[in-house]
Each structure stands twice: as structure tokens, then as C-alpha cells.
Design a protein around this ligand. Structure first.
Ligand SMILES: COc1ccc(Cn2ccc3ccc(-c4cc(N)[nH]n4)cc32)cc1
Length: 244
């Protein structure tokens, strides 16, 4: 997989070298390129030089804050996006990022993360690349507001790259982890068997694998009911509900 990240804070992604991703890159499973959006802002749309390398402007219609310029993003993404590449735009207004979406993206030949700042990117940018035939995903990390797309992109990169075949040493752990089967992971324990008066559940010491598997599934279901009942309810926003 080729990973491209476009941002005005390229130094933010130097941490990719120390994360798990470092090994994957070494194994050449993932090629990572971080680009400074301002490199495409040195020349204005009218051809004159912009020493400030401006990437933002005031919003049409008024309102607080600034919006990132479509023409700058267009020049950058024209250079970076390859045929078959997927454009991922983190935004508070996006579809939820889920383990299912991470699994989907792990099969893409290229992911291009467009990391916005200010109040976001001109809406015509994702619209343009979608109409140009690219798969474009505007994705939210959760129902809270960050200052930009970098943190969201970093989290998505970690969630996706760890699912690339050959990346994780123990592929079985990916199958068993939280959300893999739509349920939350069961509680885990290790030595000592008794700690501050708290004992490890007896069944886990029984050596009876059938009972252990049953107990773990029951724990996953109980945790999911208690903490994430939304994962158990049918898809409430199915097409019939949204259809006119
Ligand atoms: C219109 O309201 C706002 C719009 C954007 C912002 C700041 N900002 C700028 C780019 C950008 C990209 C992603 C995110 C983000 C994603 C999630 N799940 N939370 N926050 C935030 C972002 C603040 C407010």
C-alpha cells in the first residue's frame, strides 16, 4: 500500500517512524509519503508568487474562521492521487470510521489523507475528485471536534495498516479483537492469579477450552449490552428510513 498524507504540519507525522508502522515500512508493506500543502501555495492561481504560501481564505456567506482554498488543494491532490487511489478527508461532518471501514481501506492500493485545518477544506475539493471518478470518503473519528485532520488521519492510518496482511505478527489476534465480530472484547487477565484480593475467574484456569470460549463470548455480549447497546440494535438508518 502507498500512503500519502497532505498537511500543513508535516512534522506531525514523524511519529509514524516510531509506531508499529515503522516495521511495516521496513518490510515494504507500506510506502509512506508526507507532503507539505504549502509547497503548492507558492504560486497563486493567477500565476503570481505568494511569499506567504497562503492556504486559506474567508468563507463565502460569512461566518467565523477561515476555509482552506480549493485551488491549492487541487494542485496538491492532482500531483499526489494515483489512479485507483482513495481520497480520505477527515471531518467532523463525515461518516463514522469503523473497524469495517478500516478492513475495507486495508485493501486499497493507495490512501491519500487530506488533513484540513482552520474550519475545514472548500467543499468543492471532495466533490471534484468524486466526479473525477475517485473513491472519496469524508470520515469522522467520533462525535467531538478536533483542531484539524492530522490526529484523525494518524488514528485511521494505524487502524488500517495493522490489518494489512503480513503486518501483524499474530494474525489470529486481529480476528479475536474488539469489533472484529461486532462485539466488544472480553476481559483479559495474566499473573498473578490473585491481586489485591481480586481473583482471575476460575474458568480461565480450568484448561477446558470449550468452557473458556463460551465464557469469553458471554462476557463480550454482556460488555456490549452494557457499554455499546448501539452495536446490538439493527441499522436504524437503513435505506428505507432515509428514502423519500
Ligand atoms: C465547522 O466546525 C468545525 C470544522 C472543523 C474544525 C477543525 N478541523 C479542521 C479540519 C478538520 C478535520 C477533522 C476534524 C475532526 C474530525 C473529527 N471526528 N473531529 N474533528 C476537525 C477539523 C473545527 C470546527
Amino acid at each position: 500500500m502507498r500512503l500519502d498524507i497532505v498537511t500543513i504540519f508535516p512534522e506531525f507525522f514523524s511519529a509514524l517512524d516510531v509506531s508499529l508502522l515503522g516495521k511495516a515500512r521496513a518490510a515494504e508493506l507500506v510506502e509512506t509519503n508526507v507532503h507539505d500543502l504549502r509547497d503548492w501555495a507558492a504560486i497563486r492561481a493567477d500565476g503570481t508568487p505568494d511569499v506567504h504560501r497562503t492556504v486559506d481564505d474567508s468563507p463565502f456567506g460569512g461566518g467565523a474562521g477561515m476555509v482552506m482554498k480549493a485551488d491549492v488543494w487541487g494542485k496538491a491532490l492532482d500531483d499526489v492521487l494515483e489512479p485507483g487511489g482513495v481520497l480520505v478527508v477527515p471531518t467532523p461532518a463525515g461518516v463514522p470510521f469503523t473497524q469495517a471501514l478500516a478492513l475495507d481501506l486495508a485493501t486499497a492500493p493507495q490512501l491519500v489523507f487530506a488533513c484540513g485545518r482552520y474550519e475545514g477544506i472548500d467543499a468543492r475539493v471532495p466533490e471534484h475528485y468524486a466526479s473525477a471518478g475517485f473513491r472519496v470518503l469524508e470520515v469522522s473519528l467520533g462525535d467531538y471536534v478536533l483542531n484539524g485532520g492530522e490526529v484523525a488521519a494518524f488514528a485511521m492510518i494505524e487502524a488500517v495498516t495493522r490489518l494489512i496482511p503480513g503486518f501483524m505478527g499474530n494474525a489470529q489476534s486481529i480476528v479475536e479483537e474488539s469489533h472484529a465480530d461486532g462485539l466488544l472484547e472480553y476481559p483479559s487477565y495474566t499473573r498473578p492469579a490473585s491481586w489485591r484480593g481480586l481473583d482471575v475467574p476460575e474458568v480461565l484456569m480450568s484448561g477446558h477450552h470449550g468452557k473458556i470460549e463460551k465464557w469469553r463470548h458471554e462476557q463480550s455480549e454482556q460488555r456490549t449490552r452494557e457499554r455499546r447497546p448501539d452495536l446490538l440494535s439493527p441499522d436504524l438508518l437503513g435505506p428505507d428510513l432515509l428514502a423519500p
